[in-house]
Structures are given as structure tokens and as C-alpha cells.
Write a protein that binds this ligand. Structure first.
Ligand SMILES: [Zn+2]
Length: 105
């Protein structure tokens, strides 16, 4: 597969966010339409808690929430930027380290 085959999206192509439960044997999903005010669901449809106790869990939750809130803000203000952000998608069979090695080469 060549680099030209890679897929890119930019932020205005995001139409929804899908949250998937990480609880073993669950994997339930909640899809939320991408718009201002997306809030991370507190539980999966099966009742597993997605808001975990502990400082690192709170930090992770806050970082994800900030990311979700920043996407529409960047879209609103992007005309003032001198560049545009494209997100490069990894093919399912590629690992993160495969991708990093290809980008560096
Ligand atoms: Zn679950």
C-alpha cells in the first residue's frame, strides 16, 4: 500500500462520535451527533460506569471532554488559521508503530 492510498479527514467531516464500552464482554455503543455541547455519556446502555474514580481517570475524562468541545470551536475559528488540520486514518491492519515508521520514512 502506498502513501497516496492513505485516507485523511478534516474536522468538518466528523458527523458523530461513537462511544464504546471497554468492559469485557460488553462493547455497547452510544453514538452522539457531533455538535457543540457533546457530553461524554456517564454509563453504557448496559449500566457500566464510564466515569471512573481516581485522578488519572478524571484527567482522562476531562481531556476527552476538552477535545470534544474544541472541535466545533476550531471549526468556528478556522478561517483565522494559516493551515488546516487533516487527520490521517490508520488502516485496521496497521499498528500505531507501523504508522510512525511509515511517516518517518
Ligand atoms: Zn458496557
Amino acid at each position: 500500500m502506498t502513501k497516496e492510498d492513505r485516507q485523511y479527514i478534516n474536522l468538518d467531516e466528523i458527523i458523530a462520535y461513537e462511544f464504546r464500552c471497554k468492559q469485557e464482554t460488553c462493547g455497547a455503543r452510544i453514538t452522539v451527533i457531533a455538535a457543540k455541547g457533546v457530553v461524554i455519556p456517564g454509563n453504557c446502555p448496559q449500566g457500566h460506569d464510564w466515569v471512573k474514580p481516581g485522578m488519572e481517570a478524571v484527567a482522562a475524562h476531562n481531556a476527552l471532554q476538552q477535545f470534544l468541545e474544541s472541535v466545533p470551536e476550531v471549526e468556528r475559528l478556522k478561517r483565522f488559521l494559516g493551515c488546516e488540520l487533516y487527520l490521517q486514518l490508520r488502516y485496521p491492519q496497521e499498528s500505531q508503530s507501523d504508522m510512525v515508521n511509515k511517516i518517518r520514512s
